[in-house]
Unconditional design. Structure first.
Length: 228
């Protein structure tokens, strides 16, 4: 919506000489509604999706056909940077030319669409509507009813039930993803960093205890801390 508003402003105020003004843009290789809905479900829900027969959808104003179309459109040239003339660049220093060229680029808010920006869109959606996530932590001794009541609450509030073991396993799984595959994923990188800190602290604690003991003739065994 922000990008649409910015494009409308550019067309109305800056009046670039381009045609046609097509707003829809999707650069994914397989732009299907199923992929779009799946990403929204992952980012804002439980990641569960279900397909329904088209005949079960109420066909108000022909919407049945509209929501079943996988549409891919060409982006308008209005999204491109407005070219500058030689006269505009003539008396400017290289740094000033670069700044002016950057200012003439389209000010994208979510350039790569919903799939790549679902987290930021989720945050904006919740912030605008004052929505806060429901988080309930249940603890207690074995057989005290933690699982029973957690399942009841999860069903009532329609939120996922997460067990500590699940979280630990997921952290270990993400920590084993190599840096190249993780890229700039903050959650994965944070998990890897935190686990390395924990391992370093454990190793330091072991070495401190060894310092108060007599070292064996064949030396101390190597410290190996693995994810389990």
């Amino acid at each position: 919506m922000i990008d649409l508003a910015r494009l409308v402003r550019r067309v109305v105020v800056e009046a670039p000489k381009v045609h046609p003004y097509i707003f829809a843009i999707d650069k994914t290789r397989k732009p299907t509604q199923k992929r779009l809905v799946t990403e929204i479900a992952k980012g804002m829900g439980t990641a569960k999706v279900a397909e329904v027969p088209s005949e079960t959808v109420k066909n108000t104003d022909g919407c049945r056909v509209k929501i079943s179309i996988n549409l891919r459109m060409k982006a308008s040239d209005a999204f491109k940077a407005i070219p500058l003339s030689e006269a505009q660049l003539a008396d400017l220093e290289p740094e000033e030319q670069e700044k002016l060229q950057n200012d003439n680029k389209f000010p994208w808010h979510a350039k790569f669409g919903i799939r790549k920006n679902i987290r930021s869109l989720e945050k904006e959606f919740n912030t605008f509507r004052g929505l806060n996530p429901v988080k309930i932590f249940i603890t207690g001794p074995p057989a005290s009813g933690k699982t029973f009541y957690a399942e009841k609450l999860a069903k009532y509030y329609n939120i996922p039930r997460v067990h500590v073991r699940q979280l630990v396993d997921e952290v270990f799984r993400m920590s084993e993803i190599d840096e190249e595959a993780a890229g700039e994923d903050k959650l994965i990188n944070d998990c890897r960093t935190k686990l390395e800190e924990i391992k370093a602290a454990m190793e330091e604690e072991i070495n401190e205890k060894r310092a108060d003991l007599e070292e064996p003739e064949d030396g101390w065994p190597e410290i190996v801390i693995e994810n389990h």
